[in-house]
Design a protein around this ligand. Structure first.
Ligand code: ADP
Ligand code: ASP
Ligand code: MG
Length: 405
């Protein structure tokens, strides 16, 4: 078999962890498999580099940011290859560029366009174990890019697809995908399998165990994907196509996201085209708006428009909104940073009613006020006060009977 194994930050956090990774890789190879390893930077390293950049510049250029951030994965890929060689197997480390990962030009969140894996295929044929630096690629004009936070997951899935691997294993610090973050709810239950659709929702709603785009990619190209722990040999979670059994479960997971800011434009004159004006301007600035709620006053003259954006974009979004407010003669702009988004996800929601009501009831019973709501076919999300995040996750996990029995 050809197996791609991706190791996250905690799995390569220090020399001892890197040696443990090398042992697992060598074991897998000695069982008769070809192995391609994808590594993240050491845990905390990417944050450290971002922090350094902000210490020397108020507004670092994204091109240099990518050059800087890609260094973390270079370090671990080289070290991992050395550790594997030390155990007696041939190994070679590749940067994103050497692996032929070609992306678009969107620095800090580039999309992979193609992977020209010729060199990798040759090295595999020569019985090398490959160790690829995750999270990075290169544009046609040879600029270094990165794939967005958590992007090594995407590197792994895309490489698995390009090499037509039999399996893509994501090794992390938990045993698999749980009904909710096991670090918040200790009796969260590990799922044996989860559908691509549910995993995409959970990931995009804040469950960082897999990066959203990596799951979208795996679904599109049918990459067999498993999440496992690098700290033990427990079977992990298979991320796969939906089946009949999955539909019977109404709610499969609870997610939370503390990375949200709510911006409200008050007293906007209510006429056609206003929402289009506002959100076009925000989209043009590359900011992704999540929830939107509009209320029109009873006399129909004025509207309040609230929306949420990622915290990292809040300053930029606020500046734009202030400009827009002046141009539209809106009454004002208000911001709330102390919010979070709580979501329940499950393919069974398509066929069961009353799920949202149960969620709202549960939050109400615990005195948690709902600030915004949004729903889709397989999820319900509420914006709440940040300080109630953990409580909300716990009580929803309980209401929908997700815990270990
Ligand atoms: P890595 O560095 O290996 O990529 P991450 O920190 O990105 O690891 O992702 C693993 C973390 O995801 C876990 O430690 C856990 O706290 C968090 N997490 C959030 N939601 C879930 C969930 N539903 N199941 C498992 N882990 C989750
Ligand atoms: N090191 C990068 C990050 O912290 C990529 C990754 O870990 O997947 O976001
Ligand atoms: Mg991750």
């Amino acid at each position: 078999m050809l197996i791609v194994q991706k190791y996250g930050g905690t799995s390569v956090a220090n020399a001892a962890r890197i040696k443990a990774v090398a042992e697992r890789v060598v074991r897998t190879a000695r069982e008769g498999n070809k192995v391609v390893v994808v590594v993240s930077a050491m845990s905390g390293e990417t944050d450290k580099l971002i922090n350094l950049a902000h210490q020397v510049s108020a507004n670092p250029k994204e091109r240099e940011m990518d050059l800087l951030l890609s260094s973390g994965e270079r370090v671990t890929s080289a070290l991992t290859a050395m550790a594997i060689e030390e155990l007696g197997c041939k190994a070679t480390a590749f940067t994103g560029r050497q692996m032929g990962i070609i992306t678009d030009k969107v620095h800090t969140r580039a999309r992979i366009e193609k992977i020209t894996a010729d060199r990798a295929k040759k090295a595999l044929a020569d019985n090398y174990i490959l160790v690829i630096a995750g999270f990075q690629g290169i544009t046609e004009t040879e600029e270094v890019t990165t794939l967005g936070r958590g992007g090594s997951d995407l590197s792994a899935v895309a490489i698995a697809s390009a090499l037509d691997a039999d399996l893509c294993e994501i090794y992390t610090d938990v045993d698999g995908v749980y009904t909710t973050d096991p670090n918040i709810v200790p009796d969260a239950r590990k799922l044996d399998k989860i559908s691509f659709e549910e995993m995409i929702e959970l990931a995009s709603l804040g469950a960082k165990v897999l990066q959203t785009r990596s799951v979208e990619f795996a679904m599109k190209y049918e990459v067999p994907l498993v999440v496992r722990s690098s700290f033990n040999d427990n079977p992990g979670t298979l991320v796969t196509k939906e089946d009949k059994e999955m539909e019977r479960v109404v709610v499969s997971g609870v997610a939370y996201d503390k990375n949200q800011t709510k911006i409200t434009l008050t007293g906007v004159p209510d006429r056609p085209g206003i929402a289009a004006t506002i959100f076009k301007r925000i989209a043009d600035a590359g900011i992704i708006v999540d929830m939107i709620v509009q209320n029109v006053s009873i006399d129909g003259k004025e509207a309040d428009i609230s929306f949420t954006v990622p915290k990292t974009d809040s300053k930029k979004a606020l500046k734009l909104t202030d400009e827009i407010a002046r141009e539209l003669s809106a009454r004002g702009v208000a911001v709330r940073e102390d919010i979070s988004k709580i979501s329940i996800v499950g393919v069974g929601m398509r066929t069961h009613s009353g799920v949202a009501a149960r969620m709202f009831e549960t939050l109400a019973k615990h005195g948690i006020n709902i600030i915004m709501i949004s729903t889709s076919e397989i999820k319900v999300s509420c914006i709440i006060d940040l300080k109630y995040t953990e409580l909300a996750v716990r009580v929803l996990h309980e209401t929908f009977e997700l815990a270990l029995k």
